[in-house]
Ligand binder design. Sequence first.
Ligand SMILES: [Zn+2]
Length: 253
Amino acid sequence: MHPRATVDRALRLSEQGLIDREVARITGVSIGAVQKWRTGHRRTPDKERKHASCPRCHGAKLNERAYAYLLGLYLGDGHISQHRRGVFALSIACGDVWPGLITAAKGAMRRVMPTSRVFGVQRTGMTEVKSYSKHWPCLFPQHGPGMKHTRKIELADWQQIIVDRYPGDFVRGLIHSDGYRGVNRVRRVLADGEHWYEYPRYLFSNKSLDILALCGQALDRLSVAWRFARWDVISVAKRDAVALLDAFVGPKY
Ligand SMILES: [Zn+2]
């Protein structure tokens, strides 16, 4: 017999999306035990848990770091669609050129809404990472009719608190979904002739002034210098600022 605390811990880790082998290693029990707890405890409690899945409606625990990242992905290039019986789908479009993004988006969705399955739907040149729940609009009250840039986007107080706590994760989400880290080439003509310099920079583009402002505020909080390259593009190009942002966002992977 294992102590109740071990069983609970293992179940929590399983819910967070860890495979049985990892859960077994962390909790120091056999894979068989993890499997038995996970499946044996599933029937009733899972049903109950499904009804208690929402951090807003039922006070379920919210993984704030995963949420800050997912909020960035959602505001950058995600959307919520309504389906039958009050069910909503949260979708994040992940370009195939960023394979790591698909895994990261899936992981964040799973951690934010552990009771819902996460799917990857292959489309041309991209994968739509998708999850169904009745409660996505509770977590993303910015959901509404029309495109995000055609309406006011404001964070609820509880969202702002999380973004202020994890600005790096929020910015990482924004840049992963709607941003770019690339090389800027600049030509300088000096006494000894023409020189080309290359330096990395981040760009974040969005048609919503509100979302651009949220990105700017989070960058300020991280003390990352930024400016508008165009009205709809935020640029981080100073060497120190790029290095600082690399620590939070990292190059495209
Ligand atoms: Zn809810």
